[in-house]
Design a protein around this ligand. Structure first.
Ligand code: NAD
Length: 364
């Protein structure tokens, strides 16, 4: 029986509730398909500060480095808001991403038919939308040197440097091609190559790599045009790959067209390590009330099955179980609509598990 070691970093606020839900679902998948998931917990964020004085204690880091994948809840909350920046819970997140050398951030933007009215776009525009933004995470203008605010005569000048090496571009482009190959085989590369040399190099590398993926259709878009096309024809995209700053903006735009923060999963992949977490934060306003939407975290666990463990059938089944549960009308308060069944975190989790069992029975 295959055994996978998963590091659980529950974090703060609703973190423990939603991670527990995902663990319950993973255990059911293990039972149905004959896999063993070993879970080991580490502290991160505010709860780690309270217990150890640091947002990312060395034990947590070691645990993550030795695990096959990391599942994270969320960090932060008002209790720690007054700490100096270098001591805040969010530092734990930055630290772990850096230590695991996670260079590709994956954010799916999927519009569920049952939740289509939650999208700010018209139904006929957004129907069928199911794409993935792959954002480079470790380079670009956020990290390039020189950077700073300098004096030029008696005036100040702010400087940042947009910089990518060929290798940094190539590894994320390859990853995006591999992902597109397993989906609907369409890759949109986004740049600003009409003005930026960094983007011209980006486009050259995409053109070099496309020869290795002849069955993947490639489209190049300038970032300003892409921002427009995402709201005009979102269902035409499959995989969008882009650099750090463009991806930062486009992945938030993509998130908003789906309409529900509690539904959005993410994955951050490196060469050897990977971390999975919901896009939303620790939601301190609803923590401990049993009403958090666990779906973003459950779908993040689904991405773990697909991208870290290569369990595609299991991941597909999990996604279909979430769809079926929504179709049956189960809703946590954040996605509730008249005429549907309002449930809490636990009931939603149990409904997804029942849907998994139901779908699995149909498979045999
Ligand atoms: P948030 O995402 O936590 O919450 C925004 C709103 O969405 C709130 O009303 C919240 O109740 C709701 N919400 C979020 N997730 C939900 C879910 N699963 N189910 C139901 N409702 C949900 O953002 P915020 O309020 O700006 O930040 C709260 C804290 O989280 C802050 O300390 C912030 O720094 C931190 N944060 C952490 C991460 C992370 O860990 N990756 C990301 C963003 C924010």
């Amino acid at each position: 029986m295959p055994v996978f070691k998963i590091a659980l970093l529950k974090g703060d606020g609703i973190g423990p509730e939603i991670v527990d839900s995902a663990v319950k679902v993973l255990k059911k998948i293990g039972e149905l398909f004959g896999h063993k998931f070993n879970f080991e917990e580490g502290l991160i964020g505010g709860v780690a500060i309270d217990k150890t004085g640091e947002p990312l204690p060395p034990y947590t880091l070691e645990l993550c480095l030795s695990a096959d994948a990391v599942l994270l809840g969320a960090v932060g909350g008002p209790k720690w808001d007054d700490l100096p920046t270098y001591k805040r819970p969010e530092r734990g997140l930055l630290g772990i991403r850096k230590a695991l050398d996670l260079y590709a951030n994956l954010r799916p933007a999927k519009v569920y038919e049952s939740l289509i009215s939650a999208s700010p776009l018209k139904d006929h525009v957004v129907r069928g939308t199911d794409f993935l933004v792959v954002r480079e995470l470790t380079g670009d203008v956020y990290y390039g040197e020189p950077r700073g605010i300098f004096k030029e005569g008696d005036k100040r000048v702010g400087i940042n440097t947009m910089r990518y090496t060929e290798d940094e571009i190539r590894r994320v482009i390859k990853k995006a091609f591999q992902i597109a190959k397993d989906r609907r085989k369409k890759l949109t590369s986004v740049d600003k190559s009409n003005v930026l040399e960094v983007s011209a190099l980006w486009r050259e590398v995409v053109e070099e790599e496309r020869k290795n993926y002849p069955d993947v259709e490639v489209e190049h878009l300038y970032v300003d045009n892409c921002a427009m096309q995402i709201v005009k024809r979102p269902s035409s995209f499959d995989v969008i790959v882009t650099g750090n700053i463009f991806g930062d903006i486009l992945s938030d735009e993509a998130a908003v067209i789906t309409g529900s923060l509690g539904m959005l999963p993410s994955a951050s992949l490196g060469q050897r390590h990977a971390l999975y977490e919901p896009v939303h934060g620790s939601a301190p306003d609803i923590a401990g009330k049993g009403i958090a939407n666990p779906i973003a975290t459950i779908l993040s666990a689904g991405m773990m099955l697909r991208y870290s463990f290569g369990l595609k059938e299991e991941a597909n089944l999990l996604e279909r179980a979430v769809e079926l549960t929504l179709h049956k009308g189960y809703r946590t308060p954040d996605i509730y609509d008249e005429g549907t069944k309002k449930v809490g975190t636990e009931e939603m989790t149990d409904a997804i598990i029942s849907a998994l069992e139901e779908l699995c029975e149909k498979l045999v």
